[in-house]
Design a protein around this ligand. Structure first.
Ligand SMILES: [Zn+2]
Length: 258
């Protein structure tokens, strides 16, 4: 197999003792490509170091950005560093808005998010979006700038909105990413979206260390568990497994322009 985990946080502290083993298990499980998603500058830089120094069979790609939870850390110096370093990364993010936890205020989150969107537009990089209870605001930020956006502006990570919103983001050129939530019993709405999204507009992810799929639910997630989400997707789609696998890989490469 040749699966692409388009969203995992392997530079986070959760993997500091187990990184090597995790990468090895992931390769053995059939994962071939990983995007190492930053939640702030430091772990983005760590992700780049991991990707630069890694000598094994996987292909690793780092991103750089500030998670909405940490948006209170956004200031002039962060903005300058992000701008200076972004060329060395495949994407801007993870950014977005999270009105569920509100670890940072709405104003702080919007300020950081809009900066990331403008930077991604300027540098023609895809953007990685985290969206929780904030879909209207995220959509309007992009809709207002639609004429300036690059043709495939990025990915809605861990997509968990309904069909109507899926269509709106697909119309803006976004890819939708499906996570282990696909395997959760109560996730009927998300399975419906994954069924109806054009195959060449979707990707899959683990969001490790979070959101482990069934039967690992509640444990620390790993890219090695990506096959569980892939298998579930194959069950709910009509295309052959081989076609789904090939298309997911191709689409993930298009998304990150690699
Ligand atoms: Zn994430």
């Amino acid at each position: 197999m040749s699966l692409f985990d388009t969203h995992c946080h392997l530079a986070s502290d959760d993997f500091s003792q187990t990184l090597e083993e995790t990468l090895k298990n992931s390769a053995q499980a059939g994962v071939s490509h990983l995007t190492l998603i930053a939640t702030e500058l430091e772990d983005g830089r760590r992700a780049k170091k991991i990707a630069d120094e890694y000598k094994g069979p996987l292909k690793l790609f780092p991103t750089l950005g500030l998670h909405p939870h940490d948006a209170k850390k956004f200031d002039e110096s962060f903005a300058k560093d992000l701008k200076n370093e972004i060329q060395d990364y495949v994407a801007v993010g993870e950014t977005g808005l999270d009105y569920h936890y509100n670890h940072s205020s709405k104003e702080e989150q919007l300020q950081s998010f809009v900066y990331h969107v403008e930077l991604a537009t300027e540098f023609k990089k895809p953007i990685v979006i985290h969206c929780r209870e904030a879909v209207e605001d995220i959509y309007s930020v992009f809709k207002e700038r639609q004429s300036q956006l690059i043709s495939q502006p990025g990915v809605m990570h861990c997509f968990s909105e309904n069909l109507e919103w899926a269509k709106k983001f697909l119309d803006l050129g976004f890819y939708l990413s499906f996570s282990g939530i696909l395997t959760f019993k109560a996730a009927e709405m998300i399975r419906e979206v994954a069924q109806s999204t054009p195959l060449d507009r979707m990707v899959i992810e683990t969001d490790s260390p979070y959101l482990a799929p069934v039967p690992y639910r509640g444990k620390q997630n790993s890219p090695a568990y990506l096959p569980q989400t892939f298998e579930k997707l194959c069950q709910i789609r009509t295309e052959s497994k081989a076609l789904i696998e090939d298309t997911l890989l191709e689409t993930s490469q298009k998304l990150y322009r690699i």
